[in-house]
Design a protein around this ligand. Structure first.
Ligand code: GDP
Ligand code: MG
Length: 723
C-alpha cells in the first residue's frame, strides 16, 4: 500500500504536464507532432487547431505530456480559442508552458509570452521558424533575449525536428530551477512605477484570501483587473473580500486613467509593447534590410484590389475542373473492375440468395461508393495545396468585401471551403470566428457547401443525364449551394441573428512551399475516413438495404407471366423469344422491388416526394440517404441492379438509371438539388450540436429539410411548365 503510494508519487514527479501555447500559425502543431511523434493536422492557416490534444514523449525515465492548445494572440478571452486556452492554463495549471513563437514576427509573438509569464507558471520559449528568420537576415541572440525577459529560449525548426532535444533539456531545467543555479523564472515585466505601486497594493489585497490566492496567480489577476478584464472580474467573485478588491481595482484603474490620460487597458498594453521592443532591440540584429520579398511580389497580384476576387473564383473553378479531369480515368477503371468482379462472382456463386447479396448488395452498394475515391483524393489534394501554400488566407481577404454584403466575414471562407471536403472539420473550423453570431451563421450555412459525400450523387446523375458536360453541371450544383449559403446568411443576419459583423482581423501567413509529407498526410487522413465509412457504415447499410429491397420474396405466378406475355405480344407482334423473355424478367424484377419492404416504404412516402418528380424508388433512396449521402448512391445501385438484374446489356448504374422511364434530366436535377440542401449526415449534425447546441441543431435540420423540399419542388414544377 505504502509502496504503491510512493511509486505513484515518484510517477507524478516524473511526469510533466506541458502546455504548448502560442499565436495561431506559429507552428505549435508541427512542434507537437515532432515532440510526440503524433501526426495531427497542421496547416498554413491561422486557427487550424481548434481543440486541445494530448500526446506523450518519454525520455530518460521521464514522461512529458504535451497539450497542444489552440492558437491565440492574447489571454483576454475574446474568442472561443482564447477561452479554451485560458481556462486550461488557469484551471488545469500545467507544470510548464512552452510558448511557440514565430521568430519572424518576434515582437508580436512575445506579447502573449509575457502575459503567460504573469500566470506564474514557468514559461519556456521555443523560437520556432528560426530557419525563416535566418533566411530573412534576422539574427536572434536567444541567450540574451532569455536573460532580458527571464524566459529560457530555444531555437527550433518544427518540420525538421531541429531543437527538440534542446527544448526538452530546457523543460527539465525549468522544472528544477535550483539545479540550474539561479535561473530566471522569478522575473516579470516591470510596468511604470506608478502602475507597479497600484499592482503591489492590489496583489497583497488579493493575497489575503489564501485559498483564492492558491487558485489564481495574484500578479496576473491584479494586472487583469487593472485592464478591466470582464472574465477576471467574474473570477474575482469567488474571493472572500470580493467587493473590497473590486472597489480597489476600480479606483486604481480610474487613477491610472486620470494620471496618464488614456484608457488603462491601453496603457498596460503600451507598456508591454515598449518592454518587448526594448528587449528585441538588444537581442535581435537585422543584417539584411527587407527587400521587396517573394511573398509581397506575389501578393501584389493575388491580393490586387480588383483581381483578387476573380482570381479566387478562377482558382475554385480550376480545382473542380482539374478534379474531374484527373479523376475520370481512375474512376472508370474502378467501375470496370467492380463490373468485372460482379461478372465473376455471378458465375462462381451458385446459391441465388447469396449471389444476390454479394453482387447486388455488397458490390453494387459499396463498389458504387468506392469508385469515387479517386475524386475525393484529388479534391483533397488540391485543397491541401491551397491551404499549405498560404493561399486560403488570401482567399479570406479576397472574399471579405463580398462576404460583408451578405453579413458574413472573410474568415468564414475557410470553413466554407473546408465544407467542400467534409462538413465536420468545417463546422469545427468556425471556432476561429470571434463573434458568436458570425460563428453560428457560418456553422449553419456550411452544410450547404456541397461535401465530398454528396459528390458521388452529383457525379452519377450528371454523368447519366447531362453527358455533354457533366463537370459543368456539378459545378453548377456547387455554385447553387454557395448562392443558397450566402442567401441564407443574409436572411439569418436580417432576422434571427441581427447584428454587425466584427471588424476583420486576420494576418497573412507567408507563402510556403507545401511539403509533400504534409499534403499526403491530409489526403490520406481524409481518404481513409471516406474509405472507412464505405467499409463500415455504408457496407452495413448496403446489406440492410439489400435486405429491405429483396424481402419479402416475390414469385411471379404462371398466370401473371402468361398475362404479361400476352400483353407484350399484343404490342410487339413481331418480337422474338429473347425479347419476350427479357421483358418478362425485367417486369418481374420491378414487381419484386415494388413488393419488398423498401418498395412499400417508398410507395408510402411517395406522395411527399411527388412534387419533386420522384418516384418511390428515388424516395426510398433519399430517405435512406439521410444518414449519409453516399448511401443514396449505394441504394440506387442496389435498387437499379435489382430492376435490371438479368438484362445483360446493363452497363452499370448510370445506364440503368438513365433507362428508367420515370427519370428525366429535370428529375435528376431536382434530386441533385434535394441532396445538396437536405440536412447533412449524422456525423455533421453531431458536430453542429457539439458546437452550438440542440436548439440550433433543430433549427438547422428543420430549415434545411423544408428548404430542400421547397427548392426541389419549385424547380421541378417550374421546369415542367417551361420545358
Ligand atoms: P499552428 O497553427 O501553430 O499549430 O501551426 P502549424 O503547426 O499548423 O504550422 C503552420 C505552418 O508553418 C505549417 O505550414 C508548417 O509546416 C509551418 N512551420 C511550422 N514550423 C516551422 C518552422 O520552424 N519553419 C518553417 N519554415 N515552417 C514551419
Ligand atoms: Mg495547430
Amino acid at each position: 500500500m505504502t509502496r504503491s503510494l510512493r511509486q505513484e508519487g515518484a510517477m507524478r514527479d516524473n511526469t510533466l504536464r506541458i502546455a504548448l501555447a502560442g499565436n495561431p500559425n506559429s507552428g505549435k502543431t508541427t512542434l507537437f507532432n515532432a515532440l510526440t511523434g503524433a501526426r495531427h493536422k497542421v496547416g498554413n492557416y491561422p486557427g487550424v487547431t481548434v481543440e486541445k490534444r494530448e500526446g506523450i514523449r518519454a525520455r530518460a525515465g521521464r514522461q512529458y505530456r504535451f497539450i497542444d492548445l489552440p492558437g491565440i494572440y492574447s489571454l483576454t478571452a475574446y474568442s472561443i480559442d482564447e477561452v479554451v486556452a485560458r481556462d486550461f492554463l488557469l484551471e488545469e495549471k500545467p507544470d510548464i508552458i512552452v510558448d511557440v513563437l514565430d521568430s519572424t514576427n518576434l515582437e508580436r509573438n512575445l506579447y502573449l509570452c509575457l502575459q503567460m509569464q504573469e500566470l506564474g507558471i514557468p514559461v519556456v520559449g521555443a523560437l520556432n521558424m528560426s530557419d525563416e528568420a535566418a533566411a530573412k537576415g534576422m539574427l536572434i541572440d536567444e541567450k540574451n533575449l532569455a536573460e532580458t525577459l527571464g524566459i529560457p529560449m530555444v531555437k527550433t525548426v518544427g518540420p525538421k525536428g531541429k531543437g527538440i532535444e534542446e527544448l526538452l533539456d530546457c523543460i527539465d531545467r525549468a522544472k528544477a530551477p535550483q539545479e540550474a543555479g539561479r535561473l530566471i523564472h522569478d522575473k516579470f515585466i516591470n510596468y511604470k512605477e506608478e502602475i507597479e505601486a497600484k499592482l503591489g497594493a492590489l496583489q497583497s489585497l488579493i493575497g489575503e484570501d489564501k485559498a483564492f490566492g492558491a487558485k489564481y496567480p495574484e500578479r496576473w489577476l491584479a494586472v487583469k483587473l487593472l485592464e478591466k478584464d470582464a472574465d477576471a472580474y467574474s473570477r474575482l467573485k469567488e474571493h472572500a473580500k470580493a467587493p473590497e478588491v473590486e472597489k480597489a481595482a476600480h479606483d486604481a484603474a480610474l487613477w491610472i486613467e486620470k494620471h496618464f490620460g488614456k484608457d488603462s487597458e491601453i496603457i498596460m498594453s503600451e507598456q508591454r509593447y515598449g518592454y518587448i521592443r526594448g528587449a528585441a532591440r538588444e537581442s535581435v540584429r537585422v543584417t539584411k534590410t527587407a527587400d521587396f520579398s517573394f511573398t509581397e511580389k506575389i501578393d501584389a497580384v493575388i491580393m490586387h484590389k480588383f483581381l483578387s476576387l476573380p482570381i479566387f473564383l478562377f482558382v475554385l473553378w480550376g480545382v473542380f475542373q482539374l478534379t474531374f479531369l484527373l479523376g475520370e480515368y481512375p474512376m472508370q477503371a474502378l467501375e470496370n473492375f467492380f463490373g468485372f468482379l460482379s461478372g465473376r462472382l455471378n458465375e462462381a456463386v451458385s446459391s441465388d440468395v447469396l449471389r444476390s447479396l454479394v453482387v447486388d448488395g455488397i458490390i453494387g452498394g459499396v463498389g458504387g461508393v468506392f469508385s469515387f475515391v479517386p475524386l475525393i483524393v484529388i479534391l483533397f489534394f488540391l485543397l491541401s495545396i491551397l491551404e499549405d501554400t498560404g493561399y486560403m488566407s488570401r482567399a479570406a481577404f479576397a472574399t471579405d468585401k463580398l462576404l460583408h454584403t451578405f453579413g458574413l466575414h472573410g474568415q468564414s471562407v475557410f470553413p466554407m471551403m473546408l465544407g467542400f471536403g467534409c462538413s465536420v472539420p468545417a463546422v469545427m473550423a468556425s471556432r476561429t470566428l470571434k463573434n458568436p453570431r458570425d460563428r453560428i451563421i457560418t456553422i449553419l450555412i456550411t452544410p450547404l457547401m456541397s461535401c465530398g459525400a454528396k459528390l458521388p450523387v452529383h457525379v452519377l446523375l450528371a454523368a447519366a443525364f447531362f453527358p455533354d458536360n457533366p463537370a459543368n453541371m456539378v459545378i453548377l450544383i456547387y455554385s447553387i449551394g454557395v448562392v443558397l449559403a450566402l442567401g441564407s446568411a443574409l436572411a439569418l443576419k436580417r432576422t434571427v441573428l441581427k447584428g454587425d459583423p466584427t471588424p476583420f482581423v486576420m494576418e497573412l501567413p507567408p507563402y510556403r512551399a507545401p511539403t509533400l509529407q504534409g499534403v499526403l498526410w491530409h489526403v490520406w487522413e481524409k481518404t481513409w475516413q471516406y474509405v472507412k465509412k464505405a467499409g463500415t457504415v455504408i457496407l452495413a447499410s448496403a446489406v440492410l438495404i439489400w435486405a429491405v429491397t429483396h424481402f419479402p420474396a416475390y414469385e411471379l405466378s404462371d398466370e401473371a407471366q402468361a398475362e404479361l406475355a400476352a400483353a407484350f405480344l399484343l404490342e410487339n407482334p413481331g418480337a422474338d423469344g429473347a425479347a419476350l423473355e427479357n421483358y418478362i424478367e425485367t417486369s418481374a424484377a420491378e414487381s419484386a422491388l415494388a413488393y419488398s419492404y423498401a418498395g412499400r416504404l417508398g410507395k408510402f412516402i411517395e406522395p411527399v416526394f411527388r412534387p419533386m418528380g420522384f418516384t418511390w424508388k428515388i424516395a426510398a433512396a433519399s430517405i435512406l440517404g439521410f444518414a449519409a449521402k453516399e448511401v443514396i448512391v449505394s441504394t440506387l445501385g442496389i435498387i437499379y441492379r435489382v430492376g435490371t438484374e438479368e438484362t445483360e446489356e446493363s452497363e452499370g448504374l448510370r445506364e440503368a438509371i438513365r433507362s428508367d422511364p420515370d427519370m428525366m434530366p429535370l428529375t435528376a436535377f431536382a434530386l441533385m438539388l434535394f441532396t445538396l440542401i437536405i440536412p447533412p449526415c449524422f456525423a455533421a449534425l453531431a458536430a453542429i450540436r457539439a458546437e452550438i447546441g440542440w436548439k440550433w441543431l433543430g433549427f438547422e435540420a428543420g430549415f434545411l429539410l423544408i428548404a430542400g423540399w421547397a427548392v426541389s419542388s419549385a424547380v421541378y414544377q417550374i421546369g415542367r411548365l417551361v420545358l
